[in-house]
Write a protein that binds this ligand. Sequence first.
Ligand SMILES: Cc1cc2nc3c(=O)[nH]c(=O)nc-3n(C[C@H](O)[C@H](O)[C@H](O)COP(=O)(O)OP(=O)(O)OC[C@H]3O[C@@H](n4cnc5c(N)ncnc54)[C@H](O)[C@@H]3O)c2cc1C
Length: 384
Amino acid sequence: MNSKTIIIGGGFAGRQACRALRNAHTEIVLFDPCSSVVMLPALPDLAGGWLAEKLLYYPLKKLLPANVRYIQKAVSSIDLDARTLTADGELFAFGNLLIAAGSVTDFHGFDQHREKVYHLDSLETALRIRADFGAYLLKTEQPHVVMAGGGYTGLELALSLYYRAQTAGKSCRVTVVDPAPDILPFLPEAKRQYIKRFLARTGVTVFSGLRVTGFDGKNVTAAEKKFENVFFCWAGGSTFAVPEVKGAVKRTRDGRLKVNSDLSLPEYPDIFAAGDAAAFEHNGQILRKAINFAWYEGKCAGKNIAHRLCGEKTKPFRPFDAGWVIPLHTDSVGQLFSLLWIKGNTGLRLHYFMCGFRNYCFTNFAGFARLAAKLFKKEAHHDD
Ligand SMILES: Cc1cc2nc3c(=O)[nH]c(=O)nc-3n(C[C@H](O)[C@H](O)[C@H](O)COP(=O)(O)OP(=O)(O)OC[C@H]3O[C@@H](n4cnc5c(N)ncnc54)[C@H](O)[C@@H]3O)c2cc1C
């Protein structure tokens, strides 16, 4: 064996690539700072205290083929021309590379009292919200959640916290602030209005076209508005997870690497990107960040690395869009196969079924399948 393939990130894309490469003639090395894999779509429910955390994660090593060498380190820099990467100050050389490091919260430079701003992109951040929101509810007579960002993560988290407060017997104000002219711009008007009516009924106030400008650790300012003694969460989007990439790459506004149809980088035929790290264009649009695409992109990129190792031609990635759901705790909006609109419990059930189907072991699958059947009971599951 004379080649070394490095995979950065052992999430949905990275793990599928490891599996696709397991019989290839190459040494496989996987870098990931996190020793557990996490079902990210269920994080809002975990943060609200509705799920036990054991349902969401599983040891990464147990899911890797035996011939994968796992190094528990974060990659801080990639040099595409020198064919090296840096992790924990150490330099590693690669022959082939797959970049599948997912994405992290983008604060867009907002760093006022960052240690007191809650965000949601990992198991740790969800557990922190769960614990701190519980404590905030105990000591606050009139709780108020202010959410910067009216995308799906912001809305899902806002609703999860709202219902948690309700089960604790507290009436909780929720304010969503977003600089865009409207929330969820990718939705057709009728579906957006459906969600807005649901939010209004629930008592969630949305300020579109408004940007959070200040946070002093307790109070939030957005232009001339001031919200006092709030639980402040940031869900203003996500960005590429590796701090530095040197080389001739093209990127989207959110930092994703533009890829060819076979998922290789345009100037580097043996360097690939998949999942949230990749910007794959299909029918004139960049694919959204989703588990389904990450899963099959990872598989395709892994196979293409194997093809290259054998001197064969790589194959194009052909995405299949099974659909999406925005789960809002007691309601939902979604679309199946780009055709069929769904809402309410149907969407919620499909969402939790997907969390089980794409999970890592039978116990986790069974837990989510049970949830898909019963949905949430009135009592939250606060195991903090
Ligand atoms: C709150 C939330 C809700 C979501 N809801 C949905 C949903 O309902 N449906 C849906 O389809 N998708 C949803 N998504 C998006 C979906 O989770 C992602 O698209 C998917 O996880 C991308 O897979 P990936 O393999 O690219 O990245 P990930 O699954 O994020 O895996 C990336 C891996 O790389 C590792 N890593 C990060 N930085 C480094 C580094 N510097 N060096 C080495 N390793 C690194 C991470 O530890 C992680 O293990 C949601 C995401 C979030 C955050």
